[in-house]
Design a protein around this ligand. Sequence first.
Ligand SMILES: Nc1ncnc2c1ncn2[C@@H]1O[C@H](COP(=O)(O)OP(=O)(O)OP(=O)(O)O)[C@@H](O)[C@H]1O
Length: 594
Amino acid sequence: MTHSHEGPRARDAFIASGVLDRSVRDVVGSSWKRSTQAGVSPTLVEPSYAGALGKSQQLNALVSRVMHRMADGLAGEPVSMIFADPTGRVIHRICPDTTFGRRLEKVSLAPGFTYAEDSVGTNGIGTALLTRTPTLIVGSEHFTEPLMAFACAGAPVHHPISGGLVGVLDLTCEAGVSNALLLTYARSIAERIEDEILATVSVSEMTLLRDYLAACRHATGPVLALSEDIVMMNHLAQQRLDAADRTALVARTDDAVGEVLPRTLVADLPSGAIARLDYRPTSVGSAVVGGVFRVQIQEASSRPLRSSDSRALSAQLPGVAGTSPEWTRAGAQLRESHRAGTWVLLVGERGVGKHALARAVHVAESPARHLRVLDAETAALDPDEWFQHLEDELVSEEGTLIIRHIDRLPASLVGSVSSRLLEESDRSHSAPARWVVATREASVVDDALESQIVPCFDRTINVEPLRHRPDDIRAMIPAMLRTLSPSRDLQISPRAVNQLARHPWPGNATQLRDVLRRVLAAKRTGTIELADLPPECMAVGRRTLTPLESLERDAITRALADHGGNKGKAAEHLGMSRATIYRKIRGYNIDTRR
Ligand SMILES: Nc1ncnc2c1ncn2[C@@H]1O[C@H](COP(=O)(O)OP(=O)(O)OP(=O)(O)O)[C@@H](O)[C@H]1O
């Protein structure tokens, strides 16, 4: 094993020239090559953030119990015990030594972050998951430099009946103090977890396993099986999808698991590929206990989008500001759908700019055609009249129809609107000049909406909250000032812009616009200074958060809300120490009084 002083040299030589020194272990050399191919940075650790909540609450609770029992042996040692799900997302972390815990935080080895090999390169978690073999990675065997200070031993945890991967148990310590026992200990904890799972396997799980195994036998593509407590995916899912795509796929299954009837979902994956998920429920008696998804992947390269189109697709859209990757990607996907005549459900928090984006794409792509906007929120006033407006629009051969707030359609209209849209969407594929986009708030969950309205659309595109796009806030401020007051020559100072860019904007662009409107009412000329901003914009963090930080702040805020503001419980839920959550609440200036 090359854990000695040859190690750093062998790694440096590989990074510089791609040449593998003979002293490098095979498992490490192959992983370095895969890390290079995946485009992992050798100098930065940049794990993606997938949210701290694992899908399988019951499994996570079981793992947490075993880990806490076994963690007694770690007291006083700078060792951390970590469990990550099959996608490499860290679910639990126990680290009694707080100084060491802080070092792990610096490399984002914390709940919610993805330590898959294609996310952070060679490491005990990701490499063990990918090779499905207990793996010890020490010091300079890591691909990225900041991880070289650590040693990590990952032992895959398999479901004792299906054999499917349920995650990986990892022990991480300082590189200098590691020894081979680390891996032995990790394996024995993994075995304890497997024993515990076996002891709790129930009839419903056995039934789900039977359906999953039957689907896998005939599968030529990824297969996923899920219940409230189990996520299983076959080898093809691990091979064909990277960590971010796998996480997105599992998140998309939320829309079907528990449904009584089979259905098909479409998911846009971060890589640009589209996945079609065919769902079949698993039932025990009359109760649905989970479901199996057969997945077909349409690679980005085989989609109608030609690469020569991509630049035009991501070009600035008229009437809206923003250059963040999230905003640009949503715009490009929407333009692509317009060109293909694909009907879209635009999903996002209130006021993020869904309607503005759909309008902008219409203007950019088909300015000569007519545009009609119907707001489902107003349908309750006169449902028959509203439905007639919809009917009038759908019979016309071309043009864009934007249905705003489709999640607020009155229950009495859901059935008729759904059948009318389905009927027309079939016809529309031969008439791509007719394009329909509906907007929907992300947090509204409603059975009728999921089962009847969502299937009317070919794809879903997400618009990210403004707080995850601080650069867009900066771009939107002058654009909004111009539209709110075209005749006035008003400037805004950089300090005021910085302050606005740091605000979390729970009401998104709508709230930003309202704030600017209020500022303009009081300020007629000159430069808008910090002091001109309303008080609600002043209570913010001291600096602009990175996108990952803002995701973490959201996760903490959500956990606090879910646990009635109890910081201890929220910390436990997120796998953080109480000290960490207190520090983060202060650091992010989270208001805990709500
Ligand atoms: N990128 C942008 N550039 C400039 N203005 C924007 C941008 N995004 C949104 N706006 C403006 O912010 C306001 C809110 O946007 P919009 O109505 O499109 O949001 P929405 O997501 O459809 O909201 P809701 O969910 O409440 O229907 C509008 O006045 C819109 O013109």
